[in-house]
Design a protein around this ligand. Sequence first.
Ligand code: ZN
Length: 497
Amino acid sequence: MDTLAAYKEHLREIGKLESALALLQWDQRTNLPRKGHPARAEVIGKLTKMAFEMSVSDKLGQYLDDLQGQEGLTEEERASVRAVGKSYRRHKAIPPAFYEEYAIAAAHSESAWEEAKEKSNFSSFQPHLARMIDYARKFAEYYGYEDSPYDALIEEYEPGMTSAQLSTIIEPLRGELVPFIKRLLQDGKRPDDTFMQGEFPEEMQRTLSSRALAAMGYDFDAGRLDQTVHPFTTTIGPNDVRVTTRFLPHDILSGLASSMHEGGHALYDQGIRDDLRWSGLDEGASYGIHESQSRMWENLVGRSRPFWKFFAPIAGEVVPQLSSVSTEKLYRAANIAEPSLVRVEADEVTYNLHIMLRFELEEGLITGRIHTADLPELWRDAMQRYLGIVPEDDAHGVLQDVHWSAGLFGYFPSYMLGNLYSAQFFATARKEIPDLDEKIAQGNLKELLSWLRENIHQYGKMYEPKELIERVTGEAPDSSYFVRYIVDKYSDVYSLH
Ligand code: ZN
């Protein structure tokens, strides 16, 4: 077997192990009986180790060395060598003993966080957080960086992004959003949503979500919908991309939004070209690009007036109490914006401010500008400046997210980038698909899906985020699309003049 064939075979072997792992993990979060967890954790640990060893093996390193710069590779093969090579070098840079030490500390830190959050007691978590920051800094040193250690961390989630670039993106966004939210609350008319009150049986909510997913073009023959406490999407393997959602008994819109969000992630993975399967390129370009797909379906489509023109009759058919509510009232009720303390409950207008706050704090923690002891106060201070509200306890403030306790620094910005990218992609789709709004209003969402498939999904991880965005939209990432989208839409919904 020549090197190229052996390299591809090696990646397929890793892909199969990861497929087994994904299924075990999906099962763990959906169906596994409580008592089965300890044994499952051992099996998952074993397979994870095997996959990891294959991904840092000397054999793979040799293939990569031989293939780098080899003549006659296709564009896909060169992209695979580039992407796999990059993650190989990052993995190799971490001494195994150090990684194991970190993994143990992270497990302790996560439990400490859980307890601290329950008791809303930051000081009991603080030493663990300080340790996680030390580890993150060491990871950054092992990976290497040019300007800021934070750049080495964000690379994991958004390849090519730096904290300097993020600051440039955030500055104008903050400048526009913070005063706009103030104006919205002061002068705007909050839409009526009293007709949304009630209790909605799970079966009814499930039907509503399934109708939305089917309209989006989610392939139920290549996936399935289940329920979990924390919704997620997972690719088990080719033609098996599963989504989970959660239904709140008193909030039917929340479950629908969650299903459309995960559906957006799933459409991306279902749309990756078959020849990229198990090639190291069969995943999204980045966390941010992946999130742009989920946010597009959840917000730019799912909370749009055209979508509700199409979906209102379906909602009325599935949910009897909505059958006499006008399309316009449903649309407006789906677009209520108000400052809230908790990120995961935030609407599309205020969401990015939750992320800006986290970015500023975590960047300061990693570079040493901020000390952990000052975090709760800095958090409250930023909430006051951005959203005009302050948490009464740390459980609803600095302790609300799991990420830092697990040592995940540099992850948060991808949520914000997803929102920004989604608006930029959608603006391009609007330009390139004639009458997109009318098509959506007629329930023809496939047109948008085909466009996404053609321009984004099929390529998987072939291009880095910035390159992909430039290929698709002809421009560098630009937050002004998002700002325009939010200001135009909410000025209308809230009757601002
Ligand atoms: Zn998501």
